[in-house]
Design a protein around this ligand. Structure first.
Ligand SMILES: Nc1ncnc2c1ncn2[C@@H]1O[C@H](COP(=O)(O)OP(=O)(O)OP(=O)(O)O)[C@@H](O)[C@H]1O
Ligand SMILES: [Mg+2]
Length: 225
């Protein structure tokens, strides 16, 4: 069984009276431990696919199996649980809470899971240390550089020990140096066994990826190793 099995996936959005098709029959399997780069022109549906994989949105048609469970058949409540327990999301714009500490940002996903308070705090500290921010625990994201913010976001994504990291243009807002740092962290996570799916427009960031999936107009056009 693959970690992710997508077949006949379609997604359309209703805009006024019109149904606008965005994903038009995606077929894709992803094995545990892969590092997949998802590429393709702007508007081809990459983020839409990531949002469905991340249980932030639902398919219109087709099947998306995560560890054998069909996401399209789950209740909102079960979907929220899977999102919390199995998925770590990293966004281009970080999506951190600017006015609370980095430590609290990383603790937040564990709060929802009702992890004991001390354990939460210890784990958040360890994760921030692991991304090189042990000296910035009490800072808030608004006092950090872009690269540092993205490192906090990666620590947060790891909080609940997810099966998959979904990263949607994680280096899209970063300069060259921060991009290199973030990609080194992603690489180390993958070497440590973490499955990663990353949307990127920058071929430079794909050198450690096991496969490149090229999308075009709502379909998978080509898969290369
Ligand atoms: N909620 C929505 N309602 C209507 N249309 C949407 C919605 N979300 C996305 N779309 C449309 O779906 C298409 C694909 O969008 P998506 O964000 O998945 O593209 P993308 O490949 O991630 O592009 P980019 O590289 O620019 O981030 C676009 O044409 C977009 O306008
Ligand atoms: Mg996008």
């Amino acid at each position: 069984m693959s970690l992710v099995e997508i077949s006949g996936l379609e997604k359309s959005y209703r805009v006024g009276e019109m149904e606008v098709p965005v994903l038009k029959g995606i077929e894709l399997e992803i094995e545990e431990g892969e590092f997949v780069a998802l590429m393709g022109p702007s508007g081809c549906g990459k983020s839409t696919l990531m949002n469905i994989l991340g249980c932030l949105d639902r398919p219109s048609k087709g099947r998306v199996l995560l560890k054998g469970r069909d996401l399209s058949r789950l209740s909102d409540r079960d979907l929220a649980r899977i999102r919390r327990e199995e998925i770590g999301f990293v966004f281009q714009s970080f999506n951190l809470i600017g006015r609370i500490s980095n430590l609290m940002n990383v603790e937040l996903p564990m709060t929802i899971k009702e992890t004991a308070r001390n354990a939460r705090s210890d784990r958040a500290r360890e994760l921030l240390e692991s991304v090189g921010l042990g000296h910035r625990l009490d800072y808030s994201p608004s006092n950090l550089s872009g690269g540092e913010r993205q490192r906090v976001a990666i620590a947060r994504a790891l909080a609940n020990d997810p099966s998959i990291i979904l990263a949607d243009e994680p280096t899209g807002n970063l300069d060259e140096r921060s991009t290199t740092e973030i990609m080194e962290i992603m690489y180390e996570l993958n070497v440590g066994g973490r499955t990663i799916i990353m949307v990127t427009h920058d071929v430079e960031t794909t050198k450690d990826c096991s496969r490149m999936v090229w999308m075009r107009d709502g379909m998978v056009q080509e898969v290369t190793s």
